[in-house]
Design a binder for this molecule. Structure first.
Ligand SMILES: [Zn+2]
Length: 358
């Protein structure tokens, strides 16, 4: 999760990523909350469920106010903060069905299909260990220096995404995970998407799982307080959003959406959100690890990443943030896990103890 990196001297910078989901009936144009009866039916007949559970993963960040929405579900209006009203209203009008057939893929070793485990806790992705793997990216790191010209943002993002796909597609395919490139959409002013309307000030980037697109506000990298204060800011941001894309490709977002919807506990939803966001953080770290030589990952870069996330934690500023992304310490810890191991199996936030995802 998290991304943007506000500098201390600029005040309350922080990044926030949210996951929202909408539960849809087939053909329904907008998210609804089912009645209790319907919900019981839904819970009891999971295999018959013909709902589209959609998760929209977004990155909210910067020095702006938190959008305040609870991850996973849209809160009743009464629970929203004043700042929420200005945040993009996120909803879904279309969704991939959670009951997609299990994906299979030919194993590169024996030819037998690898059955995809789409669950959060035992997902097939955890078998992918890229320790020792080296990937070369041709993309220049922070060149030209930020802010990029608006017209260059999407092309640059696409290059980064291409490298992410290059790094992960083949090893994931061995385990049945079909990875395609998400789209990149840089936009001016605001943009209306199936996941809601996004503006320029809410976040440095948004990932919408419905359209499999990373939405990138063109002014997000302007100014010295932007996430680009870090040399690897652009890469980190896109890699984190791509982490959510990986969660979608591996099927995890479906279970996440379902669990987030089913729980009646707000704190439990926050916990789910933190596990999701911190995992994306870990996935970001894996990408930085496998491309370390190519992008020249240095101790200085690590320091900048630490500084970045020192201001993106749920604890900053005190009391004004919802605990949906994890503390700075947790964000750094999970990022480091990915960077130090390059092992997806080390990124299982879903079986981690609660204290490690606080
Ligand atoms: Zn995120």
């Amino acid at each position: 999760m998290l991304s943007p990196v506000p500098l201390p001297s600029y005040g309350s910078g922080r990044s926030e990523r949210e996951v929202r989901l909408a539960v849809l009936r087939p053909g329904q144009a907008s998210p609804i909350r089912p009645s209790r009866c319907w919900r019981r039916l839904l819970l009891g007949t999971r295999t018959l469920m013909v709902l589209g559970l959609t998760v929209t993963v977004m990155t909210m960040a910067g020095c702006h106010r938190s959008s305040g929405e609870i991850p996973g579900l849209q809160l009743p209006r009464a629970h929203r903060s004043a700042s929420t009203a200005a945040a993009p209203a996120v909803g879904a009008t279309a969704a991939p069905a959670p009951s997609e057939p299990t994906s299979t893929a030919e194993s590169s070793s024996g030819g037998s299909p690898a059955r995809l485990n789409r669950s959060l806790a035992k997902n097939s992705i955890y078998a992918v260990d890229l320790g020792g793997t080296r990937v070369t990216c041709t993309v220049k790191v922070r060149s030209p220096k930020p802010p990029l010209k608006d017209a260059n943002l999407a092309p640059y993002g696409k290059k980064l995404v291409s490298c992410l796909v290059k790094a992960f597609a083949k090893p994931l395919a061995i385990y049945g995970i079909d990875l395609t490139a998400p789209k990149i959409k840089a936009y001016r002013k605001s943009i209306k998407t199936p996941c809601g309307r996004f503006g320029q000030r809410g976040a440095p980037a948004y990932y919408c799982s419905i359209t499999r697109t990373i939405y990138w506000p063109v002014t997000g990298d302007n100014g010295s307080e932007a996430y680009t204060f870090a040399r690897l800011g652009y890469i980190g941001l896109v890699a984190h959003e791509f982490g959510h894309h990986l969660q979608g490709a591996s099927g995890m977002l479906s279970e996440y959406a379902q669990r987030s919807y089913e729980t009646k506990s707000r704190s439990e939803r926050y916990l789910l959100s933190r596990r999701l966001e911190l995992q994306a953080q870990c996935f970001e770290g894996i990408f930085l690890a496998v491309t370390a030589e190519s992008i020249g990952l240095s101790s200085s870069d690590r320091d900048q990443l630490r500084m970045w996330h020192a201001y993106t934690g749920d604890e900053d500023p005190p009391g004004s943030r919802k605990p949906d992304h994890g503390s700075s310490a947790a964000q750094i810890r999970w990022l480091n896990r990915g960077m130090e191991s390059a092992d997806f199996g080390r990124c299982n936030t879903w079986t981690a103890k609660k204290k490690s995802v606080k």
